[in-house]
Design a protein around this ligand. Sequence first.
Ligand code: NAD
Length: 254
Amino acid sequence: MKLRDKVVVITGSGSGIGAECARRFTAEGAKVVVTDVNSDGLTRVADDLGTVGLAVDITLEENVRAVAELARRTYGPIDLWFSNAGYTGPPQGGGIGDEALWDLSWRLHVMSHVYAAREVLPAMLERGDGYLLQTASVVALAVHPDKPAYSVTKHATLSLSEWLATSYRPKGIKVSCFCPGPMLTPMLLADVAPENQAIMNSAARPDEVAERLVRAIDAEDFLILDSDIGTAALAAKAANYEQWITNMSGLQTG
Ligand SMILES: NC(=O)c1ccc[n+]([C@@H]2O[C@H](COP(=O)([O-])OP(=O)(O)OC[C@H]3O[C@@H](n4cnc5c(N)ncnc54)[C@H](O)[C@@H]3O)[C@@H](O)[C@H]2O)c1
């Protein structure tokens, strides 16, 4: 899909990759509506781009509906919904994590995408055209040793994307799942110690990521992988799942 003149909603666009994509997609000629629970970041991005935005928690279905209504009222039918908001939570030090974090992770990494699909798919199916893009992570193909709720719910993001693609691609709906490796955003900077040079050196710049996404959306690829970590995990599991589990064992830092 070419982004020119398309109506695009990007969640989690008050910061990081979402904000950078809002800029880049606007430069491509898209009409972008931004939304984030962080109202300061969101206002900055919306003002910079001269567009509309809504500061809401996207884990609530009525808020997803409100964002969609704002987009339709302002620009018309939605062409692309980019479900990008995410939250890693604190390291669990080998523990499995508490109920609140699991609940939030599930609602953010799965249900917010389900709500978006419920909201925009009927009109897209009627037109026989539209695009759903979800951000998961390479963690969806591998495992995050310190963040079980993040790890599991990002697998579920990928699984939901697979289901959406297999169900709706034949009806003209494009579906992609973005599984990035480390990216230099506030999330990574909060999660990784600056002295962890290996991760910092491998992390992609937001402008590189946004450029890659423009090309991937144009190509309408299902799996958008930008890191060897993802391809290596896929290959290792397919070659010898037992060995992969052994290799990944005991990596918790806590
Ligand atoms: N940065 C990385 O290294 C990395 C790697 C793999 C995947 N990801 C994923 O990329 C996506 C973008 O993250 P980022 O790196 O730009 O981080 P970021 O923290 O800069 O951006 C995430 C945004 O999501 C918003 N958000 C969180 N919870 C929300 C909620 N309930 N409602 C609305 N907005 C909410 C945050 O306020 C924030 O602005 C996330 O889904 C993340 O899991 C990031």
